[in-house]
Design a protein around this ligand. Structure first.
Ligand SMILES: Cc1cc2nc3c(=O)[nH]c(=O)nc-3n(C[C@H](O)[C@H](O)[C@H](O)COP(=O)(O)OP(=O)(O)OC[C@H]3O[C@@H](n4cnc5c(N)ncnc54)[C@H](O)[C@@H]3O)c2cc1C
Length: 600
């Protein structure tokens, strides 16, 4: 059995594993292993959100056990220290792993460019632990400042500097600026005491986007009270100070280093060709020229695509493009076939500046577009959802939507608090009971009709020759008052579908609806699967309206159904007991894990 080992479960490693699993779905004669020093995949692109207290720290961790549940791959927790390419072996402190094909996806670490004291005194932002550390540190600064009477010290505690005004640095300072507004309220500190600075040696912030987006970003930063110091070359970082080449000194106890990256530690000593801070030089099929059975994915690779003059960017999109090429080429190595060259087409960048604002420069190589704030953030979330769907399906998309939109605190989202304001479910209990009672009464009232005249239960009066279905149905609605008007095109669709689908089974269909009314009523009263019952109620309302039989009464049914969707049965209802029990067993089911259809 050929052994394929993927080293590193970052964006590149996970996507390669997923693509390989798909490729070898029908050929179970390969051994696939993913090795990572952590038991989870870290969503690095969201680190700043954790670092600045916007989202919960758990939201950026995705356990490999979940990603690869019920799949034909071994996930090994180990830190590889070196690779013996000749013996085709990965070596850690306590183990070694043989491979026939290897994919290196170990990513990067922050680069300090030899700046004195930077590694020692600055905080880094390149791992889950880094993000949590920054968050705790910032909180600690506010705790200390709150009771500090010495002016100089207090000012140092409340000064925050991010070094590097590229994408990562701007995302970090923007997020921090938003958070400090909340922290000032919490610790009763005057916002004017807080100083936020982003420093860069380049003449402008975000040097890789067009000037009009730089201006837009500057405007947002200004609004957030962030200062930027460009053309400022840092020569030393001390415990309480940053020193520039021109002697300008910034006093602060918080320096976050976001200047750039270099290849992960393991790549430093590998005996292969490397360029630009430990990136491994690859051939056009993404293998290493010296070792054609070894491929490189994601940030670790150094590859200049044909016709381009720069290496591929160290971004998630590079992982998304390179992973399928590598999976295809390994498949060809083992099973035969024509290998592919890596010809990526990148689609730009999106930079969030806090949870509410951002800029995006996206499009195709021929035409790029500039977007700000709402649309920029919308695109960023959409792209993230696309990635998460590939990696962990509905499960991750659901939790992402929850922490970015539906559970945000203090309006820190591009849609503000509109979707996250919530009230306790018990306020909805009377409405749920009343809605249930009304359905039950409706259904029970119609039961005698089923027995009296099975063909005329009156839910739909089917078209007599020459009479329109909707107008015939409308007559039936008279008992509830005047029917609501239905747009002409809907009337035509309903007429057609009534004739084709409903007419032959009309009495049974109507009896079924009566039955559904009773069941929905009971479910709502008992609070059992109440979210489902509410959605079904809303759907039934729409159906009745389309049929031309809805009186004004249907509007309140519909509105009440929408209000009770959010788990109204979880207080004073059976859902309180039944749902946790079912969820526990549901999450364990193999097909549920495999298809990622459980919710966290
Ligand atoms: C704060 C921040 C924001 C970002 N925002 C964006 C953005 O908005 N858009 C964008 O496109 N990109 C963004 N990036 C860059 C993006 O995250 C990287 O391009 C991407 O993570 C690269 O993926 P990768 O698989 O190459 O490496 P990584 O995701 O870094 O994964 C490397 C994996 O290898 C493992 N590993 C390393 N060494 C070893 C070892 N010796 N043994 C075992 N395992 C090892 C690590 O544990 C890790 O799981 C951002 C990065 C940061 C830090």
């Amino acid at each position: 059995m050929p052994k394929i080992v993927i080293l590193g479960g970052g964006y590149g490693g996970v996507l390669t594993a997923k693509k390989l699993l798909k490729k070898f779905k029908k050929n179970k004669d390969v051994e696939l292993t993913l090795i990572d020093k952590k038991p989870y995949h870290t969503m690095l692109t969201e680190l700043h959100e954790v670092a600045a207290g916007r989202v919960d720290e758990e939201s950026i961790k995705l356990e490999f056990g979940k990603i690869f549940a019920e799949r034909n791959i071994d996930v090994v927790l180990d830190e590889i220290k070196t690779i013996d390419f000749e013996k085709k072996r990965l070596i850690s402190d306590n183990n070694s792993y043989d491979y026939d094909y290897l994919v290196i996806g170990t990513g990067c670490k922050p680069a300090f460019y030899g700046v004195e004291g930077a590694e020692k005194y600055a905080l880094q932002l390149w791992s889950y632990e880094d993000a949590v550390k920054i968050r705790e540190h910032v909180l600690d600064m506010f705790r200390k400042a709150e009771k500090e009477t010495d002016k100089q010290k207090r000012s140092e505690y409340l000064s925050f500097a991010v070094v590097g005004a590229g994408f990562t640095g701007i995302e970090m300072i923007g997020e921090l600026a938003e958070w400090t507004v909340e922290l000032c309220k919490k610790f009763s500190i005057d916002r004017r005491e807080v100083k936020l600075t982003v420093v860069d040696m380049m003449p402008t912030i975000l040097p890789h986007v067009p000037p009009k987006l730089i201006k837009a970003a500057e405007k947002i930063l200004k609004k957030l009270n962030v200062e930027w110091m460009t053309d400022s070359y840092i020569v030393e970082v001390k415990e309480n100070t940053i020193c520039m080449r021109d002697n300008c000194i910034l006093n602060t106890r918080t320096v976050i280093w976001a200047t750039g990256v270099e290849g992960a530690e393991i790549t430093e000593d590998l005996d292969v060709e490397k360029k630009e801070r430990n990136r491994i030089v690859t051939a056009s099929d993404l293998s290493i020229p010296e070792y054609p059975n070894v491929y490189v994915v994601g940030d670790s690779m150094y590859y200049i695509p044909k016709g381009k003059d720069k290496p591929v960017p160290q971004m998630v999109e590079n992982c998304e493009h390179s992973a399928p090429v590598i999976a295809h080429n390994i498949f060809c190595d083992i099973k035969g076939g024509e290998k592919k060259e890596y010809e990526p087409h990148f689609h730009g960048v999106m930079v969030s500046i806090g949870g509410k604002h951002g800029i995006a420069h996206v499009g195709t190589e021929k035409r790029m577009y500039c977007f700000r704030t709402f649309i920029a953030m919308f695109i960023k979330h959409l792209i993230n959802l696309f990635y998460f769907f590939q990696v962990a399906g509905w499960n991750k998309c659901y939790s992402y939507l929850m922490h970015e939109i539906f559970h945000v605190k203090n309006g820190r989202s591009f849609v503000g608090s509109y979707f996250s304001k919530s009230s306790p479910n018990f306020w909805k209990v009377p409405l749920r009971l009343f809605l249930g009672f009304m359905w039950l009464r409706e259904g029970i009232n119609k039961i005698p009709n089923i027995f009296d005249d099975f063909n005329n239960i009156f839910l739909f009066n089917l078209p007599a020759d020459g009479v329109s279905a909707v107008s015939a149905a409308t007559d039936g609605a008279e008992q509830w008052g005047e029917a609501l008007p239905v747009p002409g095109f809907i009337e035509s669709i309903v007429e057609w579908s009534l004739g084709v689908f409903i007419a032959p089974i009309a009495p049974y269909f109507q009896a079924f609806i009566v039955f559904a009314e009773i069941i929905l009523g009971l479910m709502l009263i008992g609070g059992l699967f109440s979210a489902f019952a509410s959605v079904a109620t809303a759907a039934l309302c729409v159906m009745i309206y389309f049929s031309g039989m809805a009186s004004e009464e249907i509007i309140w049914y519909f509105v009440a159904a929408i209000a009770t969707i959010g788990g109204s049965g979880s207080t004073f209802g059976l859902d309180y007991y039944v749902l946790p029990y079912l969820k526990k067993h549901w999450k364990k089911a193999a097909f549920v894990k495999k298809w990622y259809i459980y919710n966290d």
